[in-house]
Design a protein around this ligand. Structure first.
Ligand SMILES: [Zn+2]
Length: 460
């Protein structure tokens, strides 16, 4: 083992930065510090311990990057300037701590404490990109907590016997190119170079062109099994995207708090496009009984989806719709609605989507509307490694174990590496919105839990 002494000063002056191992993708980055932001909606530190202080400092530096001042939401889309600024921030965090910094062939960033080639590495991290007008916590909480947990281990004088790494996976949200988890999918071999090269953003810019503009080599991308073979465990900390932990600690019993939980599984989920074909006509002259109005069928399908999902204990959402010709005084000729549906198991999900489709077709018959359904994507259930999950739960004194309906890089990696997730309580459950928030104490509890887990996995 060629571990660095974890007790050494982890904040060398910028003039004494260590040379990092050569990256396999990406340009040399100029030293750059994010402009100090105004005080933000992030957790504030007051007399906090070392991990808390470093958490607060990182949060403050990252907060202004990519924030839209009109909505207060984040627009950190893959390979844009805001993304580049986040990535520069990550590199600085690595270098300032004397960690080995590298970018892998798919543009994911890694910060290493110890020898990346030694194998059986314990890796933690998340992502820094966002959905349109996303919140401050989804992604960054995991990355910031990972660095803070390393700081905590070093402050304790913990001595890892395995390499430790913090990772920032690229393009997790898929906000720009429409496919989530591109960085981890490529690495895990779940997305080919050809498929990735075919992705286009709304302006017609291809993924390879966008990578090139940001200074990366799009021809280098592809599966990276050797890298994943050197990872013994991956743990992703994430803000909970729901209220399971908050609900658990509610009910009038203030003592029964659960700021942190361990993930059991990610629900299977998918997207289906519903095409409702009717007949365009004049809104003012076409008799009601002569209409073939696809909007009517669509509206009934939305209601049916909601009712059937509730009865199945599952989720079904029409969140995107397009209308042709989209005129106020015209009966539509075509309505396209996109269904996002998720359930605890694949059978329930398949039954639910089948029922929604049948309801749409039956209603369409009454309305003279033709309905076609196309599955655009599907992600099977992810059961996180039971051994690792139980070990984490044990290390953390039996914290709650709960499933989630949201996809994550951890879900992608779980097919290749023993993977686990920690969730930090979200008091409102709101996510993918500027209103997303977490209490400072809960964030620091997350850091403490992650430090505990990393010590348990890497130091014994
Ligand atoms: Zn996320």
């Amino acid at each position: 083992m060629s571990q660095e002494d974890p007790a050494v000063d982890d904040r060398p002056s910028p003039g004494h930065r260590r040379e990092a191992p050569p990256g396999r993708n990406g340009p040399a980055r100029p030293a750059h510090r994010a402009a100090p932001g105004q005080e933000t909606d992030g957790p504030a530190a007051a007399g906090a311990p070392r991990a808390g202080a470093s958490f607060h400092e990182m949060w403050r530096d990252l907060a202004p990057i990519g924030r839209d001042t009109s909505t207060n939401g984040y627009r950190r889309y893959a390979w844009t300037q805001a993304d580049t600024d986040c990535r520069t921030w990550f590199e600085e965090q690595a270098r300032d701590r004397g960690l080995g910094y590298e970018v892998d062939r798919n543009g994911n960033q890694w910060a290493w404490l110890g020898d990346p080639m030694a194998g059986d590495a314990v890796v933690t991290g998340s992502h820094l990109d966002s959905v349109p007008d996303g919140g401050a916590f989804d992604g960054p909480l995991g990355v910031v907590s990972s660095f803070a947990a390393l700081d905590e281990l070093r402050a304790r004088g913990a001595r890892p016997v395995k390499p430790l790494a913090v990772v920032n996976f690229g393009d997790e949200e898929g906000a720009r190119f429409g496919l989530a988890c591109v960085g981890s999918r490529l690495t895990a071999g779940q997305l080919t170079r050809e498929q990735a090269h075919a992705l286009r953003d709304a302006d017609g810019v291809s993924l390879p062109r966008a990578m090139e503009r940001a200074g990366y080599d799009p021809d280098a991308i592809g599966p990276d099994p050797e890298r994943l073979a050197r990872v013994g465990a991956f743990v992703e900390l994430h803000i909970e995207q729901g209220r399971a932990l908050a609900a658990r600690s509610g009910g009038g019993s203030a003592a029964a708090g659960a700021p942190v939980g361990v993930a059991s599984a990610i629900w299977p989920h998918g997207r289906w496009r519903f095409d409702f074909h009717g007949e365009a006509n004049h809104a003012g002259t076409t008799r009601i009984e002569d209409r073939r109005d696809p909007m009517l069928t669509y509206a009934n399908t939305v209601l049916a989806a909601r009712k059937k999902a509730r009865l199945a204990g599952a989720l079904a959402t029409f969140g995107k719709v397009s209308v042709e010709p989209n005129g106020v005084n015209a009966i539509a000729s075509l309505v396209r609605g996109w269904l996002d549906s998720r359930a605890a198991d694949e059978e329930t999900l398949a039954e639910l989507v089948g029922e929604i489709e049948r309801a749409a077709v039956e209603r369409g018959r009454r309305d003279g509307v033709d309905v076609r359904v196309t599955r655009e994507s599907f992600t099977p259930v992810v059961e996180f490694a039971h051994g690792l999950r139980d070990r984490l739960s044990g290390l953390l004194g039996g914290v709650p174990v709960l499933p989630t309906g949201a996809g994550h890089d951890a879900g992608i990696l779980s097919a290749s590496v023993p993977t686990a997730m920690l969730f930090v309580r979200n008091p409102t459950g709101v996510s993918h919105s500027p209103a997303e928030t977490a209490a400072e104490d809960d964030c620091l509890a997350g850091v403490a839990a992650l430090a505990e887990v990393l010590e348990g996995l890497a130091c014994h």
